[in-house]
Design a protein around this ligand. Sequence first.
Ligand code: NAP
Length: 213
Amino acid sequence: MHVAIVGGTGKEGRGLGLRWARAGHHVLIGSRDVERAKARALEIGGGAVGDDNLAVVAAAEVVVLSVPFSAHESTIASIAPALEGKILVDITVPLKPPKVMQVHLPEGQSCALRAQAALPKSRVVAALHHVGSAHLADVAHRIEGDVLICGDDAAAKEVVVRLIEDLGGRALDAGALCNSIALESMTPVLLYLNKRYGVAGAGLQITGMPPRS
Ligand SMILES: NC(=O)c1ccc[n+]([C@@H]2O[C@H](COP(=O)([O-])OP(=O)(O)OC[C@H]3O[C@@H](n4cnc5c(N)ncnc54)[C@H](OP(=O)(O)O)[C@@H]3O)[C@@H](O)[C@H]2O)c1
């Protein structure tokens, strides 16, 4: 599958790119700077290519939005023309520095809901808020936490479930896109747990589910 990562030069995008390229996907690294995108794609290998954000979105079947919350709205506006009809996986957490360990509900209640409102002809799926970049970048490391995803389009969620599995994680369908308010809100809690208990990668595991395959 052709998967574009907008902001793929960053910490989270790097790990996603590494794992999807190794799973055989055609990874497209997006950036505001073409040279930065190309350098990251070269590092990822596996046939990954780099280009500006709009170009990678145009060439992709599925687009992952991986930019800081402060850039969420402006980045969506810049890629919107190429997103029509496509799946947008929004992994943005609405962190409000410096208080990143406290829940911050943005206007519109979640990043994913804001994205869907701005992109009525795209199918937004919220995912990956609880998988840290260090876990992703260590490709030998098994992703132990569950990856909760939500969205209003069942077929789009199925596609994203398979992509998460290709990262080496278990994806659980966590319902409608409005549930992204809960998913995005948990990340500041995990960041607090990291600090409180001196760990680096607190994640989520849902109990009472069928055993992982
Ligand atoms: N890091 C994690 O462990 C983690 C875990 C779960 C979810 N997330 C979420 O994933 C997203 C990306 O996180 P990250 O840690 O990868 O972020 P990051 O490294 O700080 O930034 C990712 C990329 O966003 C682009 N960017 C930065 N500022 C921008 C701006 N003002 N306008 C447009 N693009 C800008 C940059 O790409 P160019 O300069 O090349 O354009 C940068 O490489 C965030 O929303 C975060 O909440 C992160």
